[in-house]
Design a protein around this ligand. Structure first.
Ligand code: DHB
Length: 309
């Protein structure tokens, strides 16, 4: 039994795509929807109007992960609202919103609140590291608090947030203190490790065009940071704020580790991009095998039960 629940969303399988992977266009969304294993899906983070994003090349595969600086390419809010209205939902879709400003965040959330056809989960992305000239909100605890205060004055549907990685335990304390003030459905942690740099030493050049080569790092090399953030936040957040564990999952063992740290659901980014949709079937089988070998029959048997020594 790999079922999980966040607010009004019940899923038979805990896996979903990480936002940004295979979820920008109607075709990609349809392919995710028809993929038979994953229990839910999330859209590309959207802005009110469509965006091309940053100049190419903007994604580069590394030996043990990836670096990207996409710059929020997306089809725009209305495109995704039309998609939700016009497609059968064989699995729940989480709507990811990432305005270029507080005003854009509020504009999209008002429209979601006022849309009687949409009762699903929304995820407010406070952690895009790749928009030129825009710092990410989640590293400014006061600004994040102000935004959430305003959001929850009118937003009554299930709402979670996407966080960047934190690297200092005091920062875990500080963001948890802010988040615990609000009725969040969930926290999704982590976004990419922001502003890494990769270099081709033969040509002595950067590998990404935007931002002089700086970009968000993902894949197996970020797994320790992801596990620390899932664990550190699970230890600090109210029990009713669920955690979607994201970061560094390439196999069932990595997912098992995320769940031990407290993840309710687990999303897959770089590995899904590199391996394709069959990732879900493989990782699910690997996780099931581990659970069977240990005699676990549900995720609750071990979720959050990491042992210390
Ligand atoms: C992009 C990257 C992110 O990490 C994110 O949260 C949103 C958008 C991007 O570059 O498109």
């Amino acid at each position: 039994d790999l079922s999980a629940q966040i607010a009004n969303m019940s899923v038979k399988n805990l896996f979903l795509n990480a936002s940004g992977i295979h979820c920008q266009t109607e075709q990609e969304l349809d392919e995710l929807m028809n993929e038979p294993v994953s229990g839910a899906m999330v859209t590309k983070s959207m802005t009110p109007k469509s965006r091309f994003g940053n100049p190419l090349p903007r994604y580069y595969r590394l030996a043990n992960g990836s670096i990207n600086s996409m710059g929020l390419p997306n089809q725009g809010f209305d495109y995704y609202m039309d998609y939700l209205k016009n497609h059968d939902q064989k699995k729940p879709i989480i709507v990811s919103v990432a305005g270029m400003s507080k005003e854009e965040d509020l504009e999209m959330l008002h429209q979601l609140q006022d849309n009687d056809d949409y009762q699903g989960l929304t995820e407010l992305n406070l952690s895009c590291p790749n928009v030129i000239g825009k710092p990410q909100m989640a590293y400014d605890f006061e600004a994040a608090d102000d935004l959430l205060h305003e959001v929850f004055s009118f937003y009554k549907k299930p709402l979670g947030i996407k966080l960047p990685p934190y690297f200092d335990l005091v920062h875990f304390d500080m963001i948890a203190e802010v988040l615990n003030k609000y009725p969040l459905s969930h926290v999704n942690t982590i976004n990419s490790v922001g502003n890494g740099l990769w270099i081709d030493t033969n040509s002595e050049t950067v590998v990404l065009k935007p931002k002089g080569g700086f970009g968000g790092v993902g894949g197996s090399m970020v797994l320790p940071t992801a596990l620390a953030n899932v664990r550190g936040l699970r230890q600090r957040l109210n029990d009713d704020i669920k955690i979607i564990g994201t970061g560094g999952v390439t196999n069932g063992r990595d997912a098992f580790a995320h769940i031990l740290c407290g993840a309710e659901m687990v999303s897959i980014g770089t590995q899904l991009y590199e391996e394709g949709l069959q990732t879900f079937e493989r990782v699910t089988r690997e996780l099931t095998d581990i659970m069977e070998a240990k005699g676990y029959t549900s995720l609750g048997d071990f979720r959050g039960k990491l042992k210390v020594i």
